[in-house]
Design a protein around this ligand. Sequence first.
Ligand SMILES: [Zn+2]
Length: 498
Amino acid sequence: MNLLTAAWIPIQNQGIYEKITLQQLLCGEKEGDIYLPRDDMELACLQLLSAITQTLFTPENKKALGKYVNQPLTPEVYQAAVQDKLNWFDLDHPETPFMQFRGVKSTDATPMNKLMAGVADGTNKTFVNPQGLIEGLCHGCVAIALFNAANNCPSMGGGFKGSLRGSTPITLLIKGKTPRETIWLNVLTEETITSIMPWYETTKDQVPNYLTPINKGDTIQASAIGLLRGLLWQPAHFELLQATSEQQRCSCCGCNEPVYTGFNKEKFSYTIEGVWPHPLSSRIFTIKAGNKEEKFPSFTTNAPTWTHMSRLVVDQQSDKGGQQAAPVIKQARKFIASAKMQLIVGGYRNNQATILERRHDLFSLAQGWTEHVEVIQQIIQNGLAYKTALRKALYLFAVGIKDKVNGSGVNLCDPVEAIYYQQTESLMQKSLAQVHFEAPEDDLDALQQQLKSIVKELFNQATTPYRQEPKMLKALAMARRSLQKYLKDLEPQGEENE
Ligand SMILES: [Zn+2]
């Protein structure tokens, strides 16, 4: 199955589900939304489509990219572009299968579960898969799963390398009106690439590492890895077992096709020095003793995605460190500055090889955000500050004040914080999508008032059961007074009134 010619892209249009080819998608011959039962697979599918499209067409500059976004390709242009890349994307190629290596040695084959993030972890309750475990995957789903495992998932354990971005990076895609537009908006121009990857020009003819493999134990500089080689980097040595000859139901998309039921994997270690600037990731860095340490943000706690927004889209730098927005965002700031921008943000939260949670959120940023990123920071700071006020008051209720007020001994901080995040999620998303970036004062005030009433309400709800406990009354009264003070301190005019 060749990803450049076969019909493998699952789309849905007005309730009708079908698989189409990349040519049909890029030439505008078929339209619909990417559709798969798992949102992480949908995200990985879009990510893979952008990577393939980047491989086939790297626009020179903003103008050339604009043309691709606005006009579907002609079949002739598509056909001409794929000819010399066919051997990069053939899943069953005799020598260079897509994202695999031939001759991988393992005593037992690994079942397909292991290729799908979170399915075989056992401990994971959020990943109930409707069809049970993954028995077999069709061509399209297995290609997406291979790409997802190589780019977005923790490694298979000791002796296996993870992705160029570390174990579970946050991935960010710009969303267009159609999948075709989305794909192009996440393709970088040569202009953009040269600015983030000064080594682009000298490495642009590199091929993927599953075509020209590295050696075991090699040390590779990140700055020696070209754009396409990095986008299609396969960190691990995997080889799919041959697909079944008869048709079976795919455990992911549900189609009836020959399926892949397992793969061989082999330990393979090497060292990458430095950080490869992935187009779909922001980077955070700290400066210690003059040395810059960079890494990719990931979801490390259960705090919702909006709490990460600032470091995903805003550039910042100080003596101690800072953050750099994802290259696609940097490019989009110039490209769609005059319009609202929609973002897809996704990733996993893990504990080593175990996936605890997966995220897939859609964010909009109102028009004008590129000139007023400080407003994004204010919105997020507000959301976090009210959460902190609530936590601090509940903490006082639990522990009291030494030698003065006995605490209740009931610590409500974590469960109430979780409810706070649930209840403010859509409010925070709406604020980012609708704020008037040019003159945000009224919107910010309104947001604060809403956050304040949510905090008061949650405090009351959480402490109501303890109002009848005489031993806790003092702690409750003290916590309530403290909450009022914390909330007052957050008011915009708080200082003036005092
Ligand atoms: Zn499938």
